[in-house]
Design a protein around this ligand. Sequence first.
Ligand code: ATP
Ligand code: MG
Length: 427
Amino acid sequence: MAELDAMIGLAPVKAQVRSIAASIEVARRRAMAGVPFEKPMRHFVFLGPPGTGKTTVARVLARIFYAFGLLQTPEIIEVSRADLIGEYLGATSIKTNELIDSALGGLLFIDQAHTLVNEGDGQADRFGREALQALLKRAEDSREDLIIILAGFPQQMEFFLASNPGLASRFSTRLRFSSYTPAEMIMLAQTVMEQRGEVFDPDARPILWRSLEEVDRRRTINELGNGWYIRNLLEKAGQARDVRVMTGSAEPSLRELVTIRGSDLEQAYAELADVLKPRTLLGHAFISYVREDSLLVDQLQRTLQAAGIPVWRDTADLWPGEDWRMKIRRAITNKALVFIACFSQASFARGISYQNEELTLAIEQLRLRAPDDPWLIPVRLNECEIPDRDIGGGRTLTSIQRVDFFGDHLDDGAARLAASILRILAQ
Ligand SMILES: Nc1ncnc2c1ncn2[C@@H]1O[C@H](COP(=O)(O)OP(=O)(O)OP(=O)(O)O)[C@@H](O)[C@H]1O
Ligand SMILES: [Mg+2]
């Protein structure tokens, strides 16, 4: 509880957690007195933008339930769609069930839960449904020894919850996390600094404050990632400071080793500008494909790089871990990414794959942008169909300009693709 109180802002969330703790305590006392009571276990939905403390609060909740003896472990298991989905239909419910078995006695945190229903474009997501069905059944059957939290961004989650009445009834407790205000961001910065045993030089504060107000005015705090943004910024500023004190002429004092100056912050902003400020860099082409097509994709990558286009690919830039989602999301929001969706008979046969996950993420993000923005180019790697997915603005993947990169079309395909990417990134 003290841990929760120490968190910045989050007043409604804190009040809710207090009320949950109160009902657990009441149930405990009734049990001791021999009065009938119901085990106060339940499942939750966490709604909030990136970096607003969802995972952190989930950890606190697990520890509270553990402290009251309602869970056997204070650990949480964090998963997302890819951990629940199997290679083929039928395998998904087995995988989901195994995962739930492994989480019994603790807390299962499903991040980006709304991606469990990837429909909305006329194509049923049978894998997602299978996982969801297994999940709903176990949410009911195992409710005595398992807490499940479904977390995600507000809009998408509302849609997701509305898509299935079973969901809404089993996950009836909602905790809403909101974006941080500049004042809260300042306090967050303060906390992070204290944890790291560091201090601001007086000239750093006005710079921090001005930049946070600017972020507030542009309403970009969610794209920047709220708490993540502060952490990244201070980390970069700390590095700038380290370089400054170690390359200075005099031997640095202890105080200098732990002080962040305005100039360190300025440098951190300049470094973060790559990812954070729109249109300050040329940007990247991201190639999304399935393993089977690696050889042809290697060739495509070489051609694009020869044309001076930086290429992101799973192999080098984006794995492992989940950072790639944030990286792609940010790059798209900042108009620094052209998404190259490679289709082939192999990708069509796969159905579910990382490619699909990437495509879904990109479409979700790109839909938030103006309808006239070009940003996604379907590329065919052999004679195949392109899935007819809705990409917003009244368009589908099949209705926009595509490029063929195979057979006789290799050279002109590559040239057209490179030209389109350069045109888009130069805008
Ligand atoms: N209210 C807060 N007080 C202190 N630190 C916070 C707070 N909110 C977020 N943070 C810090 O910001 C970072 C992101 O928080 P967390 O992982 O809980 O966010 P999240 O909502 O789960 O993000 P995502 O949607 O990206 O998974 C962490 O380093 C966390 O410690
Ligand atoms: Mg999280």
